[in-house]
Design a protein around this ligand. Structure first.
Ligand code: CP
Length: 315
C-alpha cells in the first residue's frame, strides 16, 4: 500500500480483516517494521480518537511520532495555488508539505471539508497536495469526503459482533445543531458496499448523499421502516450534499431511541464519536449493553496499526 485515503487502497476486505486480526492479537509483534522511522500527524481540525489511536498504533509498530496542530502550533497554511498571499497565512502548503516530508517516513493528515466549496472539497484538494508533494506515503485521518480509518474500524467491529453471516446494517441520519461534513457517512457506505451485508440508508428528504457513493444503495425515507429487522444501527449526522453544507432539519424525532431500537433484531448501536446525547441518540440507547461505540473507538487503534503496517511492509 502506498497511500491510504479510501477503501480502494486496501488489497481486499478479507485481507484487511486478516491484517487487523494479526495486529489485534499481537500488537507489539511487528516493532521492527518501524525501527528508526518517524510518522508525523498533521491536524487541521480537532480530534480525540484519531490523534491518540493513530499515534499509539505507530508507536506499537516501533515508530517515532510527532504531532502538529496546524493553525495552533504552526504557521497558518495557504492551500490555494495562484493567490497573492497578503492575508493571515504566511506559508503555502506547496513548501510546507515537502518540508514535513523531509522529516519523516509517513504522514497522517486530518483536513475536514470546508462545507463552502463543494467542488474543492470533493476534489480533496488538501490531501491530494500532500500525496503530490510529500515524497512519503500519506494516510487520511479524515479528509473532506471520507474517513477511511473510521470505516475500517467500523467493519472490524461489525465482524466481531455480527450474529449472522449477512447482517442488515442501517445508516441513519440523526439531528445535530451544526453543519457536519458527509465524510463519515460517505466512507461508511463505501466500505459497506465492499461487503455482502444488506445496507440501508435512511435520512430526511434533502439529505441525499453524492451519487458517486450511493449508486446501488437502498434508501428508505421512513426511519422506522428502515430499522425493522436491523442487526446494526449506525447513527450519524451530516449536512446536505446538494444544498451544500446546509442544515435543512434539526428534527429531534430522528433521534435514535429505545422505541425505534425495539423495531430491530436486537441491533447493536454504533456511532463514530464524539456524539451529542439526546440529539443523535438517547441516553438509554447509548448506555445500553447493545451500544458498541467504545469497541468501535478501541478498534481505531487496530485499523490504524493495520494500515501503517501494510504501508511499512511496502516501503
Ligand atoms: N471518530 C473520530 O474520528 O473521532 P475524533 O474526531 O475524536 O478523532
Amino acid at each position: 500500500m502506498k497511500n491510504f485515503t479510501s477503501v480502494k487502497d486496501i488489497p481486499s476486505i478479507e485481507e484487511a480483516l486478516q491484517v487487523a486480526k494479526e495486529v489485534k492479537e499481537n500488537p507489539y509483534g511487528f516493532k521492527e517494521l518501524g525501527d528508526n522511522k518517524t510518522m508525523i500527524l498533521i491536524f487541521f481540525n480537532s480530534s480525540l480518537r484519531t490523534r491518540l489511536s493513530t499515534q499509539k498504533a505507530a508507536m506499537n509498530l516501533g515508530m517515532n511520532t510527532m504531532v502538529l496542530n496546524v493553525n495552533q502550533d504552526g504557521w497558518k497554511l495557504e492551500s490555494e495555488l495562484g493567490v497573492v498571499m497578503d492575508g493571515d497565512k504566511p506559508e503555502h502548503l506547496r513548501e510546507a508539505i515537502p518540508v514535513i516530508g523531509s522529516y519523516c517516513d509517513l504522514i497522517g493528515v486530518r483536513a475536514f471539508a470546508s462545507l463552502e466549496d463543494k467542488s474543492s472539497d470533493y476534489q480533496e484538494k488538501i490531501i491530494q497536495q500532500f500525496i503530490d508533494y510529500a515524497g512519503v506515503p500519506v494516510v487520511s485521518m479524515e479528509a473532506a469526503t471520507r474517513h477511511p480509518l473510521q470505516s475500517y474500524a467500523d467493519l472490524i467491529t461489525i465482524e466481531e459482533h455480527k450474529k449472522v453471516d449477512r447482517p442488515k446494517v442501517v445508516l441513519t441520519w440523526a439531528p445535530h445543531p451544526r453543519a457536519l461534513p458527509q465524510a463519515v457517512a460517505n466512507s461508511f457506505v463505501e466500505w459497506m458496499k465492499e461487503t455482502d451485508y444488506e445496507l440501508v440508508v435512511t435520512h430526511p428528504k434533502g439529505y441525499e448523499l453524492a451519487d458517486s457513493f450511493m449508486e446501488g444503495v437502498t434508501v428508505e425515507y421512513d426511519q422506522k421502516k428502515a430499522f425493522e429487522g436491523a442487526d446494526f444501527i449506525y447513527a450519524k449526522n451530516w449536512s446536505a450534499y446538494h444544498d451544500y453544507g446546509q442544515v435543512l432539519s434539526k428534527d429531534r424525532s430522528w433521534c435514535v431511541d429505545q422505541e425505534k431500537m425495539a423495531l430491530t433484531n436486537d441491533a447493536k448501536f454504533m456511532h463514530c464519536l464524539p456524539v451529542r446525547r439526546n440529539m443523535i441518540v438517547s441516553d438509554s440507547v447509548i448506555d445500553s449493553e447493545n451500544a458498541i461505540v467504545i469497541d468501535q473507538a478501541a478498534n481505531r487503534e487496530v485499523s490504524a496499526q493495520a494500515v501503517i503496517k501494510m504501508i511499512l511492509e511496502d516501503q
